[in-house]
Design a protein around this ligand. Sequence first.
Ligand code: FE2
Length: 511
Amino acid sequence: MRSSDVDRRRFLRMLSFSTLGLTAPRLAGAAGRLTGDRQPFTLGVAAGDPAPDGFVIWTRLAPDPLNGGGMPPVPARVRWELFADETLRQVVKRGTAIASPTLAHAVHVEVTGLAPDRWYWYRFSTDDAVSAVGRGRTLPHADAAVSRLRFAFASCQHYEQGYFTALRHLAREDVAVIFHLGDYIYESPARDGRTRRHLGPELFTLDDYRNRYAQYKCDPDLQAAHAACPWVVTWDDHEVSDNYAGPTLRLGRSDEGFLRRRAAAYQAYYEHMPLRPGWLTHGPVAQLFRGFRCGALASFFVLDTRQYRTVQPCGDNTTWPCDGMLDPGATMLGPAQAAWLFDGVRRSSSRWNILPQQVMVAKVNRRQNGRDRFTMDHWAGYETERQRLLACFAARPDANAIVLTGDLHSSWVNDLRATADGPTVATEFVGTSLTSGGDGQDLPKPIEAVLADNPFVRFYNEQRGYVVCDVSPRQLRADYRVVETVSRPDAPCLTRAGFIVEDGRPGAQRL
Ligand SMILES: [Fe+2]
């Protein structure tokens, strides 16, 4: 279904609800006029979820972004235009979308019918205001012989803990798509003594989450990175609550209101991300795992390791092993996602099979006083399913499996093995945080013992940044870009390390 149809249907539905109440809805045709001289495009624009024939474009009308948005509680009409050229002379498509107050006046338009593998430019407008211009790119045709793909991945952007300088540099990278692996916002209350300050208390209600997204999205560096190319987003825990596990708070702590809170958080996430219109199913369930194919070169399996997982065993920290780690009923993915992933990798004909996801797959032993210790919130706490994942990779050595990980606020390059000294079956690139944790060090002293205990770890670094990948049929290259500091603005960015994985040879080689 075309997005204009979806929007029209949604609007007709709103109309019919109102006519039942015998009052026709007032349509705010001119957001700017209704809100005085404050312009409504304060949160920027975004493109996302690219396909060979199109992508989603997003904006939200919010003339008073930090206080609920500032729009009158009626639907508003927003125009959109898509251009074939940067100078905005050749209009390819245009249309109208309805920004509904039930979705915080967010606009999600699924643009289709475009040519594969090329750039487009887009913008939104109301009667009185025009948005910034964003750039989107379609994927190559599913069967195309693609010789090269450049993409980036990043995660963990705690607003209080640093400036989004890395995102400003990321906006200037020559990449076709950016994968964001979660912790887009943090739910914690404002704290003193940090680089910047959250507005308001810990997030619980829909209004709380909306205002927090708005605060983050007012950042010009974040807006620049969104305007530069399509993003494919997935979430980790802080979009809802620290280390939550499926339907419960961390450690399975019961909280009757948690699913209501999760539903509010998921809705606010949708309202601020370039996801497909109609993606939100209302209530606390929303399928975020999904696939993308870049010609015959690469398939991406974007995972959600939060929504369906069972509770972490023996606490959610780094601790001594316990029986719960081996629980065959424990799951990180849930049955539907696991079946989709394992089946997808098994059948894939793509040269590279890449899994953008959240928590570390490598089982890093953080030994203390001679005793083994593992992090229970990571795949290590879900050993049975971790073994199934590694067996899936081992069964398809020609699939060139690559795992992309966020969450840890540090960079790691890991050879993935079923046992610590077994053969390498896949490669894991863990990207550091964009800001979370504040300024980090290159190689802090205590980590040296960890590296000695875990020889499958090829690289470690604790500075802030992101990773750029350059993929060809022959090899995948990953460059770790880091910024000098995030506690002061305008830091330069440099490449700290580069790795390649060769076709048919799992494991990273340092350049
Ligand atoms: Fe994080």
